[in-house]
Design a protein around this ligand. Structure first.
Ligand code: DGL
Length: 266
């Protein structure tokens, strides 16, 4: 049976768990929502790396995971290469803004990327954006969305305030003919319907949940995983969490437990 550890700063990574649950069986998923330290988007690279290492150690020690999904673009940006070095025997899959699939579906060649400031500042994102926009006539409009993760964590999804923030960030994109918006944060699928409502009709919205789930199934099958049986999901949180939003994202999980994660200096 596969033992999959998944983590994010909060609720966002559950959008990936939901996608995994559509295609993966014969597995246990241990999801850590690090709400005590959320949002990651305004933390330093060093802090983000430390949280990622501490959570991975927790998942290995307490749940004996063989696979790790970094269900957070921000944490992927600043920690994935270190995690791969530190834990060579784990299958490790990160989350990155889906610029490549966006280029494939865009007709105007104008692509918007919404993400946290920490993701957009990361070398990993910059390299990806530069590499993919160089070949074709592609223009990328990137927008950091400070406080959006907090709004979502508070359950403040349908409020005027959340809509106003999005309207202001999306205006330069719609004015410039952006036809494809990349959700560069795993929390943002939860507000995708508002983006769709604000942007001109026919907008493409891209996230990488399905691709991550298929990649997980591909890598684990290569290691001998038999994809038949049940899937159990356990949720752990380091701080407060909105259970009604969890229920909105996934219907079927076994437990929600409060945990304390100890820090080891890296
Ligand atoms: N879901 C995280 C991401 O994908 C949110 C980061 C944050 O906590 O600011 O980037």
């Amino acid at each position: 049976m596969l033992k999959i550890g998944v983590f994010d700063s909060g609720l966002g990574g559950l959008t990936i768990v939901q996608a995994i649950s559509q295609i993966v069986q014969n597995a246990e998923i241990y999801y850590v929502a690090d709400t005590l330290n959320a949002p990651y988007g305004d933390k330093t690279p060093h802090q983000i790396l430390q949280y990622s290492i501490d959570i991975t150690n927790h998942l290995i020690t307490n749940h004996d995971i063989d696979t790790l999904i970094v269900a957070c673009n921000t944490a992927t940006s600043w920690s994935i290469s270190h995690l791969r070095e530190l834990y060579p025997s784990l299958i490790i899959i990160g989350t990155e803004p889906g610029i490549k699939p966006a280029i494939e579906v865009s007709s105007s060649g104008k692509i918007g990327v919404l993400a946290t400031l920490a993701t957009l500042k990361g070398e990993k994102y910059q390299r990806l954006a530069d590499r993919l926009s160089v070949d074709r006539d592609i223009e990328i409009y990137q927008q950091a969305c400070p406080s959006l993760v907090e709004q979502i964590e508070k359950g403040d999804i349908e409020s005027e305030q959340t809509r106003k923030l999005l309207e202001d960030w999306l205006k330069p994109m719609s004015d410039s003919g952006v036809d494809t918006v990349v959700l560069g944060c795993t929390h943002y699928p939860l507000i995708a319907h508002i983006i769709e409502d604000i942007m001109p009709k026919g907008i493409n919205i891209i996230d990488t949940r399905e691709a991550i789930s298929k990649h997980l199934l591909y890598l684990s099958t290569k290691r001998g995983h038999i994809n038949s049986g049940k899937l159990d999901i356990y949720i752990e949180t380091t701080g407060e969490i909105k259970v009604d939003i969890i229920d909105m994202i996934i219907s079927d999980y076994r437990s929600i437990n409060f945990i304390t994660i100890s820090t080891h200096n890296s």
